[in-house]
Design a protein around this ligand. Structure first.
Ligand SMILES: CC(C)(COP(=O)(O)OP(=O)(O)OC[C@H]1O[C@@H](n2cnc3c(N)ncnc32)[C@H](O)[C@@H]1OP(=O)(O)O)[C@@H](O)C(=O)NCCC(=O)NCCS
Length: 294
């Protein structure tokens, strides 16, 4: 365990924080029947490239993470890890060191197949323990705020905090997941020593999925699937997102585009005005609170 200087040590010390995180990560991997290991050999890195290309439905040559980049990242002590079921690679994650004692997680992907669950979750817990062993207590990454599964995974299951709404962050990408849509992203910060992270947030922000019953619903899924906006009265508010925007991008690209603009307008604008995302309900969407007046 590396004891960093210049940042506050956790109350119970780095060694204990790292040991507990390692234990939690090992238990999660066991529950998912995977073994997670750091990778640096060429054949293993080629496997990572093939797996991530398959998850993003692109040719390995079109994946931004080329073999030489993976090789360079692993050789320089960054995080490249794979989750194996027996000999089969079923998940992978790649992250690198950032400024001010942080790690930036670039990609995490897990196969979606019957009986394979929580592999992405186990990988993130492995990444967390890896970071804490190096005296790092913050991991950042970005995700598409319209993808409800990922928003729930990041904000509720992992307990990461939404920091900033970034419009069209990567420009247009033409892989099938992004399907030519503008790449708005939510930047999240995972505070590895926060209680919410130690015990990922329960999905107990009770909700019926019925927008009318919540105090203020400023974005909702209309009966025709289209986004409906209401003015925000600067109270706690709900912003619904569609259940599966990835399929919508294929079936109805103009509807998906309308959702991109609607969420940018509602969530992006509210966050730019200082609103805080306080939760995400698996059944429908984001909960926000207005900025506290200074
Ligand atoms: C994001 C990802 C890594 C999570 O992996 P995982 O831990 O194996 O998790 P699962 O995919 O099994 O599910 C994540 C959670 O989302 C929930 N979920 C699935 N579809 C959902 C939806 N439409 N709305 C809300 N929640 C949904 C699942 O029920 C699960 O929660 P639970 O365990 O509380 O039931 C994985 O889904 C993935 O590889 N996605 C494609 C690549 C990607 O988008 N990566 C992230 C950006 S870098």
């Amino acid at each position: 365990v590396i004891e960093p200087c210049g940042i506050a040590a956790p109350p119970f010390g780095w060694a204990q924080a790292a040991a507990e995180a390692t234990q939690t990560a090992t238990a999660a991997a066991e529950r998912s029947h995977v073994s997670i290991r750091e990778l640096d050999q060429l054949t293993a890195l080629e496997g990572v490239s093939r797996l991530l290309s398959a998850i993003w439905k692109v040719e390995p040559s079109s994946l931004g993470l080329t073999i030489d980049l993976l090789r360079g990242l692993s050789m320089t002590g960054n995080y490249v890890a794979g989750a194996y079921r027996g000999d089969e690679l079923v998940g992978a994650a790649v992250a690198f060191f950032g400024a001010r004692h942080t790690i930036h997680s670039n990609l995490t992907g897990a196969v979606s197949a019957a009986g394979v669950r929580n592999v992405g979750f186990a990988l993130k817990l492995h990444q967390r323990a890896w970071a804490l062993r190096r005296g790092i207590a913050t991991i950042t990454w970005t995700f598409d705020p319209l993808i409800r599964r990922n928003a729930y995974f990041n904000l509720t299951k992992l307990g990461a905090n939404a920091v900033e709404y970034l419009p069209n962050f990567y420009g247009e990408l033409d892989d099938p997941i992004n399907a030519g849509d503008e790449t708005d992203r939510l930047l999240v910060r995972w505070d590895l020593l926060e209680p919410a992270t130690m015990k990922a947030r329960p999905d107990s922000l009770a909700g019926s999925g019925n927008c009318e019953r919540t105090p203020s619903c400023i974005l909702r899924v209309g009966d025709d699937g289209a986004p409906r906006r209401c003015p925000w009265t600067r109270t706690t508010a709900l912003l619904q997102v569609p259940a599966d925007v990835e399929s919508m991008r294929v079936a109805d690209p103009s509807l998906a585009r309308a959702w991109r603009l609607a969420l940018r307008d509602a969530l992006g604008q509210a966050m730019a005005e200082g609103a805080k995302v306080t939760g995400f309900r698996r059944i429908d969407g984001y909960l926000i609170e207005p900025a506290v007046p200074k």
